[in-house]
Design a protein around this ligand. Structure first.
Ligand code: BDR
Ligand code: CA
Length: 313
């Protein structure tokens, strides 16, 4: 079987950068067709620049980057410089990217690619607010045909939110888009905070990554060394590695477990805006619309990350 075609929709973002490197390190399993960028952790101009900087660091400037939506469908943009730094890539030495953005809008690229794809072919990895994916699905609902699966990082059920007590950042930034995507009828897997808060980058794990002995390992260790904000909030010995869970799940799903459930997103205003309401006990009898991951083998995950990153320059 050849490598699975994937498109990474992203807002780099420190953990997005690690996820992109992780995916690029397994070319025989994952064929990264493009990165599509969205506003999220930092504004669109920066996520679009950062995506190309990460590709340069991975020695893969051939992967096209399409810029997408500059803000959420309905709400004003909320960003997270307090987590990822002003540049969005705190810990990475920045340079002017060697490549231009690809021509055309990310939403058009998604629509055209998915329309041309064989049935149930492309996996969409969503690492940021779901604005681009929702816009594509609203404009062209027929593209569902070409989607194998949407694997997204977002939401929380068994853990409190990280941007408000009720909400996780990606869903909070664009709850309307999240609701469209989750209820689109495409096969959805959700890697929420319930999962990512189990994979903590402890000093010992960061040291193992730094000691891989290649440029990628040094870069990831440097990013993690500059990513202390969440560990402070959680009072844990290391911050969570959110977006790389998506790639880890694609490479080794047996490290993860969860349940097929109904998920709805709170789009009304108030204290719970952006909350993912997960019917874990199936009390509503609403049909399941997502596989919700709530358990990860953290040691297995870090071993996979380290052995995979070791294959990059
Ligand atoms: C998510 O929010 C962003 O800050 C991270 O990149 C990740 O996608 C975690 O809540
Ligand atoms: Ca992200």
């Amino acid at each position: 079987m050849g490598a699975a075609p994937i498109i990474i929709d992203t807002d780099p973002g420190q953990d997005d950068a690690i996820a992109i490197l992780f995916a690029l390190a397994a070319p025989e399993r994952l064929d990264v067709r493009a990165l599509t960028t969205v506003a999220g952790n930092v504004p669109l101009a920066l996520t679009s620049r950062n995506a190309r900087i990460v590709l340069d660091h991975a020695g893969r400037p051939d992967v096209p980057v399409y810029a997408g939506c500059p803000g959420p469908l309905v709400r004003p943009l909320v960003t997270a410089e307090h987590v990822h730094g002003k540049s969005g890539l705190e810990g990475v030495s920045l340079h002017e990217p060697g490549t231009e953005l690809a021509k055309g809008h990310a939403v058009d690229f998604l629509i055209n690619t998915l329309r041309d794809a064989p049935e149930r072919n492309v996996t969409l990895c969503a690492l940021g607010p779901l604005t681009n994916l929702a816009a594509a699905l609203i404009q062209a609902p027929d593209i569902k045909r070409g989607i194998k699966s949407i694997v997204l990082m977002g939401g929380a059920c068994f853990r409190p939110g990280n941007v408000t007590p009720a909400a996780e950042f990606n869903i909070y930034v664009d709850p309307h888009a999240a609701s469209v995507v989750i209820n689109s009828g495409a096969p959805i897997t959700v890697l929420p905070l319930d999962a990512s808060h189990q994979v903590l980058s402890t000093p010992a794990r960061i040291e193992r990554i730094g000691n891989i002995g290649n440029k990628a390992g040094k870069l990831v260790a440097a990013i993690l060394a500059h990513a202390g904000h969440e560990a402070e909030n959680l009072e844990t010995d290391g911050g969570p590695l959110h977006d790389p869970c998506v790639i880890g799940y694609l490479l080794k799903p047996e490290l993860f477990s969860g349940r097929h459930v109904n998920v709805e997103v709170e789009t009304g205003c108030g204290l719970t805006l952006g909350e993912t309401v997960v019917d874990w006990y199936r009390v509503t009898r609403r049909p399941a619309n997502a596989l919700w991951i709530n358990e990860v083998d953290a040691n297995g995950f870090y071993s996979l990350l380290i052995e995979t990153l070791a294959r990059l320059p």
